[in-house]
Structures are given as structure tokens and as C-alpha cells.
Design a protein around this ligand. Structure first.
Ligand code: PFF
Ligand code: NA
Length: 467
């Protein structure tokens, strides 16, 4: 079965389509929205350094492992792991790692859709001229008004989820490819234009300094956050890359492909940071603003430059598109699995799964307003509470889902995928599927996969426990 050259769900035309799809999955809100604000919250340079190390030593090997497993198994991640485990004489329970990943991806989608919805609201705002001449206070107030309004948030959340489901229902191979070919390069061009603008703010070096100034004392604080974000930003640990790998043509090299995707993702994140922070400083704002960073500071810049309305509108269109190309990759593992399992049509399964995510996403919508005081994981004088009504401490529903997925489920899923590929699949199978162009590199790659990546995840987990 593993020798199949096709998946029942379809096959990419070439490895370039895999790069397109995997880059579409990787490049998203994580790069443009999350990376800059996390670097802000965790103090810049130290976070960025740990993040880059995690990408190279942990994220990349796991991405490789997922791609190899997917193409070898040719099924949804759950069935891929089950089949490959049975073939290797191991327990079919390995498939549970992919079940966890599948659930993590759906949980991420539930809040991702809400945040992506903000960018839809901003497209309209830009189009209407809401931001012309706006200052820091005005931009903050507009963002506050949006997040305080559950109906408005739900509307955009619903729209974003509907479009995501529509694309997935039509089939990833046919529906996506064409739009990605136009939108992804546009995203890159726009980021570069924005970077060019930030070079003219006179605060560019302050941004560089903030992102790359390294201060050892602040490392421990952001270390789990940085590793979690490395997983999130590369879309690894959930099976999204694995499912895309299962649609990859047999005769194409995996190594270079995966490195390309990781480099593009990292480049976009750093460019977004370099474009954003000078604007933050020029506007006299604090980089530690949190999730609102992109939605408060960027509009100020756009509101005060020539043609800012046009660029601002295009920028948020492209944020939305980048988010859509990621969102579909979160839905795909589950849809592929349930289609295999039930034999129902793709359309029917997509509707069911997307509806489920939509409902969970309402929790995130309400966590910004009506249920803002519903907190999980609260520590106070009275001890530790899983749940408590309080205005202070703990995590809102949105923060909890983000925390559980990025910091726990993704690293754990990635760890299991790496251990499976490195220790269970078998050296010869892995080597044959990988088919490196420079076979002498194989021992290095295999060592990264077997030892460095799993130990990296474990060390970070343990560090967190004893912090
Ligand atoms: N990599 C995406 C981003 O950086 O925005 C987020 C993501 C996509 C996470 C797909 C997980 C996933 F399965
Ligand atoms: Na990313």
C-alpha cells in the first residue's frame, strides 16, 4: 500500500505545487501578526534567536519527517501513521499522534478564523477611509470597538470560515493552486514595499536593534514561547505538512523543497518584523502591545502616508489571503481522514468539520467581550484553578486555546512524528523516501531527526517545568 503513487484525494502537478501549498500553509497570521507581537512581548532579540535556532534544529527536521511520512503513506495523517506503523511491525496506536494533531489544527482554525476576520473588517475600514489621519488613540479605540462587539466579530468569523470551507470542499488541488500563484507573490511584493516605507521613517535602526539586540537574561522567559511559535509558524506538529506531502509526486526531492518553505516563512516573519517595529517606534507606541499590535499600529502608518489607504487596503486583503491559504491546510487533515473513514462526500464532511470549528470559534469571539472574565489556568492567593471568573490573571478562552495548541500539542505532536520517522519507520525506508541529492548528508539529517529534534523539544519542556 505504501508503494502507491497516488492518493485517493488527488496529486500535485509537481513539487512546485507542494512548495506553493506548504508555503501557503506556513506563511500566514503567524508571520505577519503573531511573530511581531510575540517578539514585542518577549523582549525582541533573545526571543528571535531562540526562534531561529528552533526553526533550524527542530522545526526543519520535523517538517522533513512529516513530508516523508505523508508521501510514503499516501493517506490522511491518521491512516498514514496507522499503515506505516503496522508495516514496520509497531503499534497502530501511533495513529493517535496524528489524531491529536488533527484536533490541534481544528482548534487553531477556530481562533485563526476570528483573527483573520479582523483583517476583513479592516479591509472595509480602509476602503471607507476610517483611518485617514488617525492617531494612536483613535486606532486603539477603533480596534477596541471591534473586539467589544460580538456580533461584528461573529459576522467576519462566519464569512472567513465559509470561504475556507468552500475552497476545501472544491478540492485543494484544483481550487487553490491558481489563486495562490497570484496572491503569494503579491504578498511578498507588498511586504517589501512596506519595508521600504519603514526605511524612510527614520526609526529603522531602532527596529533592527529591537529585533536583534540579544540579552541573555531574557532568554528563559520566552524559550517555550519561541519553540511553540517555531512549530506554529512552520505548520508542523499537526499533520498539515504531512497531508500535503501525501499529495506530492513520487519523483521529487523532499530536502530542498522543505528548506525552501522554511526559508520563505522565516524571511516573511523577519520582514514583517522589520517593517512593523520602525512604524511602532515612529508612532511613539510600545512594541509590547500584544495581539493588537498589527491592528493598531499599522493602520496609523497607513492613515498617514501618501496612498496609504490603497496600500492599507491591499495589505489587509493580502493578510486575509495569507490566512486563507493557511486555514485550508488546518482543515485538510481532518477532512481527508473523515472522507477515508466514512466514504461520504468531501462537501458533506467539510460542512460538518467547518461547522464544528465555527462553534468553537464563538468561544474566542466572546472571550474578547462578554466572557472576558472567564479565565482558565488561574493562579492566585487561593491556589491554582482550572477555571475561575476573574478580571485578573489566568488565560481567556482565546489565550487558553492558543496556549494549549502552540505550547503543548504542536511540540508534542512534532516530537511524536520525529520519533516515529527516526526510530520506528526504519532507516532504509526513510533514506529511500528522502532520496537526498547529496547522500553523504544523510547521516547529518538522520542524526538531527533522531536525536537533536526530539531532545530539543524535551529540553524546552523540562526547562519550562522547572522555571
Ligand atoms: N503556519 C501558519 C501561520 O504561521 O500563520 C499557522 C498554521 C497553519 C498552524 C497550519 C498550523 C497549521 F496546521
Ligand atoms: Na508561518
Amino acid at each position: 500500500m505504501s508503494q502507491d503513487n497516488v492518493s485517493i484525494h488527488g496529486i500535485w502537478a509537481s513539487r512546485w505545487v507542494f512548495i506553493l501549498a506548504a508555503t501557503g500553509s506556513a506563511v500566514g497570521l503567524g508571520n505577519i501578526w503573531k511573530f511581531p507581537y510575540m517578539a514585542g512581548v518577549y523582549g525582541g532579540g533573545a526571543f528571535v534567536l531562540v526562534y531561529l535556532i528552533c526553526i533550524a534544529l527542530v522545526g526543519l527536521p520535523i517538517m522533513l519527517a512529516e513530508t516523508v511520512l505523508g508521501r510514503r503513506g499516501r493517506r490522511s495523517p491518521v491512516n498514514t501513521l496507522r499503515n506505516l506503523a503496522i508495516q514496520a511491525g509497531a503499534s497502530a496506536r501511533w495513529s493517535w499522534a496524528a489524531v491529536m494533531g488533527m484536533i490541534a489544527a481544528l482548534l487553531i482554525l477556530s481562533f485563526y478564523s476570528v483573527v483573520a476576520g479582523w483583517s476583513l473588517d479592516y479591509i472595509i475600514g480602509m476602503g471607507r477611509g476610517d483611518f485617514v489621519g488617525i492617531d494612536g488613540e483613535g486606532a486603539g479605540a477603533r480596534f477596541g470597538a471591534l473586539t467589544a462587539d460580538p456580533l461584528r466579530l461573529s459576522l467576519w468569523h462566519t464569512l472567513f470560515m465559509l470561504v475556507t470551507a468552500f475552497i476545501i470542499a472544491r478540492g485543494v488541488v484544483a481550487g487553490l493552486e491558481r489563486s495562490l500563484r497570484i496572491m503569494m507573490p503579491l504578498l511578498f511584493v507588498l511586504l517589501i514595499i512596506l519595508l521600504g516605507y519603514s526605511l524612510t521613517t527614520g526609526h529603522f535602526m531602532q527596529g533592527v536593534e529591537f529585533l536583534f539586540h540579544f540579552d541573555l537574561a531574557s532568554v528563559p522567559d520566552g524559550i517555550l514561547a519561541a519553540m511553540g511559535h517555531a512549530f506554529f509558524t512552520l505548520s508542523v506538529g499537526v499533520g498539515s505538512i504531512m497531508v500535503f506531502g501525501s499529495y506530492m509526486p513520487k519523483k521529487s526531492s523532499i530536502g530542498g523543497t522543505v528548506i525552501t518553505v522554511a526559508l520563505l516563512d522565516t524571511a516573511v516573519a523577519l520582514t514583517a518584523g522589520l517593517a512593523l517595529f520602525p512604524i511602532v517606534f515612529a508612532a511613539g507606541l510600545e512594541p509590547s502591545a500584544g495581539p493588537g499590535l498589527m491592528f493598531v499600529t499599522l493602520p496609523i502608518a497607513f492613515g498617514n502616508i501618501m496612498l496609504g489607504q490603497v496600500f492599507g487596503l491591499l495589505f489587509f486583503v493580502l493578510v486575509a489571503v495569507a490566512a486563507w491559504s493557511s486555514a485550508i491546510s488546518m482543515l485538510e487533515p481532518a477532512v481527508a481522514y473523515w472522507v477515508e473513514r466514512t466514504g461520504w462526500t468531501r462537501v458533506r464532511i467539510t460542512c460538518l468539520v467547518a461547522f464544528l470549528c465555527w462553534v468553537v470559534g464563538l468561544g474566542t469571539v466572546l472571550s474578547f467581550n462578554l466572557l472576558a472574565d472567564a479565565r482558565f489556568f488561574v493562579t492566585d492567593e487561593a491556589g491554582w484553578h482550572l477555571f475561575k471568573w476573574t478580571e485578573q490573571g489566568g488565560k481567556t478562552f482565546f489565550e487558553s486555546v492558543d496556549y494549549l495548541t502552540s505550547r503543548i500539542m504542536l511540540p508534542l505532536g512534532g516530537l511524536l512524528f520525529a520519533v516515529f520517522a527516526g526510530w520506528v519507520l526504519g532507516r532504509d525506508v526513510f533514506r529511500a523516501e528522502l532520496a537526498l541529492r547529496h547522500p553523504r548528508l544523510f547521516p547529518v539529517v538522520y542524526c538531527l531527526l533522531r536525536y537533536v529534534a526530539p531532545l530539543g523539544v524535551l529540553v524546552v519542556f523540562v526547562t519550562e517545568l522547572f522555571k
